[in-house]
Design a protein around this ligand. Sequence first.
Ligand code: SF4
Ligand code: SF4
Length: 79
Amino acid sequence: MTIKTKKGRIVIDSKLCKGCYFCVSVCPNELIVISTESNEKGYYPARFTETKDEEGCKCTGCAMCAVICPDIAIEVYRG
Ligand code: SF4
Ligand code: SF4
């Protein structure tokens, strides 16, 4: 029997992000980085580094990144 572990993914709204690094610093799996390109407001927004939901995905959907974000720029999806 295979037990499927629940996984997560996030979506970062780069227009709302101010590049404060909070989410980068709290992600236990180091899945968020700061972009090298600025957004329209001149901030360098955070970027989620995982592109797939398949096996090997490390995001657990713990939501620590979303909870700490002062600009409510992160949405978390689980399962
Ligand atoms: S939900 Fe958790 S594991 Fe996923 S990116 Fe955010 S802090 Fe990292
Ligand atoms: S915590 Fe929010 S505002 Fe700060 S870098 Fe992450 S997404 Fe951007």
